[in-house]
Design a protein around this ligand. Sequence first.
Ligand code: NAD
Length: 515
Amino acid sequence: MHKSTTTVLNQILLKPSFCRQISTEFFNQPLNFVNGVRKTPTSQNSDEDFKVFNPAKGEVICETVSSGVKDVDSAVQAAKDAFPEWSRLSGFERGKILMSVANRVKERGEELAELEVYNNGKPIWEARVDVQSVIDGLEYNSGLAPTISGQQIQLSGGSFAYTRQEPLGVCVGIGAWNFPVQIAGWKSAPALACGNTMVYKPSQFTPLSAILLAEIYKEGGIPDGVFNVLQGQAETGSLLTSHPDVAKVSFTGSVPTGQKIMESCAKDIKKITLELGGKSPLIIFADCNLENAVKGAMMANFMTQGEVCSNGTRVFVERSIKDKFVEKLLAKTKQMKIGNPMHEDTMVGAMINKQHMEKVMRYIEGAKQQGAKILCGGERIIPTDTSLSNGYFLSPCIMDNCTDDMTVVKEEIFGAAMAVLTFDTEDEVVRRANDTKFGLAGGVFTSDLTRGHRVVANIQSGTCFINNYNLYPIEMPFGGYKQSGLGRELGRSAIDSYTQTKMVYVEMGDVDCPY
Ligand code: NAD
């Protein structure tokens, strides 16, 4: 959006009536959070202004500017200044603070969930699940913090060597819009547990929940400068990834942006973690429990309006049960309640924005033209509640008779559009499942345990499910094979990715020198 330099932006957020518990002060302050204080972004470039929407109403809730060079410098400097003291605490001390933060998130969790609904459009019950996973991440990493340690190895003559697991320094987190608070929590909890400090940039579409999270972190005892939030778009992101004082970038988003970030980080050999896109397979064998397989396919496709990176959007069903499977799936899908995401019984909320909704609709239209049969959905829904008539609601779509060469089977759609394909043999389906540049997730439904394990062993993906889908225990690593990413989040793996190993040799005798 271009504006004249004299235009005054409305940087005050509209407060929705359902966010009763969040103070008006929260909405009336600027959107950056640097060194423990809310600050106004100061981009000099008017092309970098952006509007923030409430997707359920299709209304602008504020307009702001992207953070520019000065904002990035001051946030990185704040994180750099906070690093020595934070990193010198013992893991146990940092763990206690993270636990106190977890408790504070529990107390203010409903506020975070409501804010997420307001800005992302997902149903409230899902937003609560996301907040719970932030709490889980904080609790889990608070337990791991005191265990971060090195090894000691005895060498000859009484000498010995040991390793230290040291933090990296200032880490940058950059997030996508589909799980705004969860991504901020999943990146910051292990980073901070290891003694790093962080500058986090949420997606320009969902800037709000990270600010509240930062305020809660401060209330829980995280010192100023340890966790900072900067708002902005691509330009702000690239200022952060190219900043010489940044040691590591952890990114969640699309493959093309991931490639740019990798290039930018290559200049300084910065450490990177990339959590990127997917087009994951879900394989349903004839011997499965059909009820569970139908539920699994829905879990794999319809949460957060289908805007989930790990979704199993290529549903391969063994030919002999395809018709029965589709019949049950269709009946259940048609029952999903679409509408006000703040209602407890809503199953499908609003898509992130109009452009994205229309993109998903174009994909579905294209599938029709390529020969897919649309069994249901893919249509814009105008809720009877007139306050939501401009919201971005799309009915969940099932596309039957799909083939591997169709665009909807090859490309990530990032909406509730499930492609149903048929197969005849295990070898065939595994080959077809792996015929993609992505490798984020995959799943199999079967009652044959041997086959279940065999199939997931042959699927080229970082996460696999047997007889369920889209569950992410905080203790287990998450990340992609092939173009779906690099490195892992969650579990012990996240600790490895936010620390570096130093070897220390200790000589107990004289120097044995040939000179
Ligand atoms: P995106 O790549 O457009 O943007 C992601 C973030 O990168 C945003 O904050 C954006 O402002 C920032 N950005 C854009 N250009 C940048 C640049 N040149 N340098 C630095 N930062 C830059 O992705 P999106 O549309 O927000 O999210 C959707 C994508 O994210 C999908 O492909 C989805 O699969 C993926 N995703 C992956 C995971 C995972 O864990 N693997 C999770 C959620 C989403």
